[in-house]
Write a protein that binds this ligand. Structure first.
Ligand code: NAP
Length: 330
């Protein structure tokens, strides 16, 4: 372990939220250190075309978009290091952040560590990520016009994704491992009443068949009651079995909700329950989870952080009752 380094601000995470925070901070001469984690660029680096990020009328590849965001932050001086945060100590100030390589101390921390889509865990699923296997219908559904798609999962996400995908697909088959769906009744009813959606219960996808060049062509599906394995034609596999926010390192220090998302106690602010620690992007958002919303909240975190550092008195105002916070800039 190398010795301690000091930075005014450490941004944890390098997806759209972390990169946008870094752009705003470095333009304000608050040169941040960005700890990129094990997946530099975040979830967009495992998608292919991004067609709904404003400013790119022809679309842009996810990894390319993240590379551009990083370059934009570096242009103003942000420092990126591919290090993984192992634990933090927010009980003292300046804060301490321990990575797999060294210990950092920082006056302020922005947590933009993102969330990870849960995977089924198949080698063939991993191999075809971005080539027919997707974890986001809003991002990738458009590429499956008139195709047969399988959605795995039985919760609200799976129902929502399946229903959304019927806008594009010729047929959507929901494969669920049990007999009963976990989804709320209203979401189930919506999916069950959709003529394009079929359900296959008590079943699990065992293998994804296809190539990077030709995409997905079929799935091997096992009936968990009979044990029988059959091949099912499909040109797309959407896995919708939940997301996990990357917040393990902060448990016990930051207030997290029961699902592990960072709770933000003040309306219109990205400050957490600890003054000087801000959170943005998918570690706080289980609803929208889009690159553009993450980028927007990264901008908010940078502005909140800058204002907190400049006028520490602002924290007194954050302590005011709800409803009074809107006057913070007056
Ligand atoms: P979820 O409720 O945890 O459901 C996950 C589903 O995936 C379950 O049906 C589970 O099966 C299945 N699953 C888990 N691991 C699996 C595996 N390895 N292989 C195959 N299947 C697996 O997650 P979610 O659907 O993402 O919802 C998360 C939360 O967000 C929920 O509170 C939900 O209500 C909310 N949400 C709300 C909306 C909305 O209201 N518009 C939309 C999306 C999500 P089992 O049932 O057998 O455990």
């Amino acid at each position: 372990m190398e010795r301690t380094s000091e930075f005014k601000i450490v941004v944890i995470g390098s997806g759209p939220a972390g990169c946008t925070a870094a752009i705003y901070l470095s333009r304000a001469n608050l040169i941040p250190l960005v700890l990129e984690g094990m997946q530099p660029g975040g979830q967009l680096t495992i998608t292919t075309d991004v067609e709904n990020y404003p400013g790119f009328p022809e679309g842009i590849l996810g990894p390319k978009l993240m590379d551009l965001m990083r370059q934009q932050a570096e242009r103003f001086g942000a420092i990126f290091r591919m290090e993984q945060v192992e634990n933090v100590d927010f009980s003292k100030h300046p804060f301490e952040i321990t990575t797999d390589q060294r210990v950092y101390v920082a006056d302020a921390v922005i947590i933009a560590a993102g969330a990870s889509a849960m995977t089924i865990g198949l080698p063939t699923e991993k191999a075809l990520q971005g080539f027919g296997v997707s974890y986001c219908a809003t991002c990738d559904g458009f590429f499956f016009k008139n195709k047969e798609i399988v959605v795995v999962g039985g919760g609200d996400s799976a129902m929502e994704e399946a229903t959304f995908l019927t806008k594009f697909a010729s047929k959507v088959t929901v494969i669920h491992r049990r007999e009963e769906l976990r989804a709320s009744k209203i979401m189930q009813d919506r999916a069950r009443n959709n003529p394009k959606i079929e359900f296959v219960f008590n079943s699990a996808v065992e293998e994804v068949i296809g190539t990077k060049e030709g995409g997905v062509t079929a799935l091997k599906v096992k009936n968990l009651v009979s044990g029988e394995v059959a091949e099912m034609a499909a040109q797309g596999l959407f896995v919708a079995i939940g997301h996990t926010p990357n917040t393990k390192a902060y448990a016990g220090q930051l207030d997290l909700d029961p699902r592990g998302y960072v709770m933000l106690p003040h309306r219109h602010s990205t400050i957490t329950n600890i003054e000087g620690v801000f959170a943005c992007g998918d570690v706080v958002d289980h609803i929208y989870r889009q690159a553009i919303t993450a980028a927007g909240s990264g901008c908010q975190a940078a502005l909140d952080c800058e204002r907190w550092l400049t006028h520490e008195r602002i924290t007194e105002r954050w302590g005011l009752a709800k409803g009074e916070e809107e006057n913070v800039d007056e």
